[in-house]
Design a binder for this molecule. Structure first.
Ligand code: SF4
Length: 316
């Protein structure tokens, strides 16, 4: 039975085998990152809402976890910012209570962590994976295109406060875009912020699947290693590269019926990930994983459309 709030489990570079829990409608987010793999934000907002009844989400989680799947994490993520869901705290507590054997993680852009109530709600998690791509407001605006009310200084203060209050693991992601946030000036400022935040580790990422904007390209391994060296000399926590490098082995096997579905769909008409998700009934994050794999296998090509990248099946 297709679920509305659950996707995967998907193999994840950062989290191993992760079951996704999506508590947000498509693309509600306080940011509109140029590299977003689930495309442009169509609801740029900082307002928390009760988008769905908690019971609807809990019953899906319960149905899947009662079958005892082998998982490394149950992860709040999806095509938007999970902390915008005003009942996320209740969901976290319920899963912890009913399924204490599973570890819970949260992927967040960190924007709402400036609010003490939001930080309090997520304290029971085992792992929090926030993002911080820039330290100067102008660079932050170029990369993350925030809601007008969002200041990167507040985001950094929220992360510092979270570290003081939260005893679980924090792995902070920095997404590198060559020419935007790899300058000495930006990295110097970022390293100072990282030393104040004190995450358990810093993870450098780069474009892996097509982003919201066509012009965003993966940072090469030379750039990533240089950034890693620069930060490592200045911060007192490990800095690792998690971006895929071209020699990495493929890790996703696409079921034949899914590949056929994509072939039929994209042969007939080039589509955005959102359109593919609607037509196939697959969650947008699963669509994004499959597109990445099909692209690696040279089965699809990408062209620029008005709403962002369009995917096209290659004629053999
Ligand atoms: S990458 Fe995350 S924070 Fe940025 S626009 Fe996409 S969903 Fe929002």
């Amino acid at each position: 039975m297709p679920y509305r709030h659950i996707f995967g489990p998907v193999p994840s570079r950062r989290l191993g085998i992760s079951l996704g829990v999506d508590v947000i409608p498509y693309k509600y987010c306080p940011l509109n990152c140029v590299y977003c793999e689930v495309q442009r934000t169509n609801h740029l907002t900082v307002r928390r809402q009760k988008f769905f009844p908690p019971e609807e989400i809990i019953s899906e989680v319960r149905e899947v976890l009662s079958t005892n799947p082998k998982l490394d994490y149950v992860t709040f993520s999806g095509a938007g910012e999970p902390t915008l869901y005003s009942r996320i705290g209740d969901i976290i507590l319920r899963i912890k209570e009913e399924f204490p054997q599973y570890k819970l993680a949260l992927l967040t852009n960190g924007v709402l962590l400036k609010h003490p109530t939001v930080r309090k709600e997520i304290l029971p998690l085992d792992l929090i994976l926030p993002s911080l791509d820039a330290c100067h407001q102008d660079t932050f605006e170029k990369i993350n295109r925030p809601h007008p009310s969002v200041k990167v200084s507040d985001l950094i203060s929220g992360l510092i406060d979270l570290r003081k209050e939260y005893s679980g693991f924090i792995w902070l992601e920095v997404f590198i875009i060559a020419g935007l946030n790899d300058s000495e000036e930006e990295l110097e400022c970022l390293s100072k912020a990282l030393n104040r935040i004190q995450p358990d580790k810093v993870q450098l990422n780069s474009l892996d699947r097509p982003g919201a904007e066509f012009w965003v390209k993966p940072a090469g391994s030379r750039v990533l290693r240089e950034v890693q060296r620069f930060l490592s000399e200045r911060v007192n926590m490990p800095v690792e590269i998690i971006a895929r490098i071209p020699s990495d082995k493929d890790e996703l096997i696409i079921p034949p019926e899914i590949e056929q579905k994509f072939a039929t769909l994209l042969n007939d008409h080039p589509s955005t990930p959102e359109e593919i998700s609607k037509a196939s009934g697959l969650h947008i994050n699963e669509v994004s994983h499959y597109l990445r794999q099909l692209h690696l296998e040279h089965k699809i090509s990408i062209k620029q459309g008005q709403k962002g990248p369009l995917f096209v099946w290659k004629k053999s």
